[in-house]
Ligand binder design. Structure first.
Ligand code: HEC
Length: 157
């Protein structure tokens, strides 16, 4: 019975393993279309604002969250990256009033878009941590099963 609870725990961990924050790329895509696509593309070149292709690699996650949530805060703090962007693009990005949750969704979308999309072909990078955790769980289970099996034999002998 002890092993059954280990098994359940492992399954739980593997399904809970965070894949790039808690955002849902699908929802993020909808938010992006509604609130960002008028000024940004992902891989389609500059509009009013910069092309956001690769942005989750280029910027620190904390900075990115803050910027998407309220760029004015970073500009007020004279954050060097925000100041340089403002200078380059001339007009500040407006605060869009997203909730923390919406920001996570948008970041998940940007992350997925950069990994080659959640659409066709290959495993989206988004699912790799979960897959890895599942593999480790499977390995651990095999190990537990083998050692459990051995013990039984020992008891009988
Ligand atoms: C009205 C136009 C506009 C909208 C709408 C807009 N942005 Fe921007 N964004 C800009 C501009 C302009 C910049 C360049 C920075 C500056 O001038 O302040 C920028 C910069 C950024 C940057 C920093 C890019 C870098 O190189 O670090 C990120 C990230 C970003 N926007 C994300 C978003 C997201 C996500 C949304 C939707 C939730 C959004 N933006 C909506 C105009 C916009």
């Amino acid at each position: 019975m002890k092993y059954v609870s280990v098994f359940i725990l492992l399954i739980l961990f593997s399904s809970l393993s965070p894949s790039y924050g808690q955002g849902d790329p699908q929802k993020g895509g909808e938010i992006f279309k509604a609130k960002c696509a008028s000024c940004h593309t992902v891989g389609g070149g500059k509009l009013m604002g910069p092309d956001l292709q690769g942005i989750t690699e280029k910027r620190d996650p904390q900075w990115l969250r803050q910027f998407i949530k309220a760029p004015s805060v970073l500009i007020a703090e004279k954050d060097p990256t925000a100041m340089a962007l403002l200078e380059e693009y001339g007009a500040p990005m407006p605060d869009l009033g997203l909730t923390d949750e919406e920001v996570e969704h948008v970041i998940a979308f940007l992350e997925a878009a950069q990994a080659g999309g959640t659409g066709k072909g290959g495993i989206p990078a988004l699912y790799i941590p979960t897959l890895l955790a599942a593999l480790i769980a499977a390995g651990a289970l095999t190990f537990i099963a083998i050692s459990a099996g051995k013990k039984e034999v020992e008891v009988k002998a």
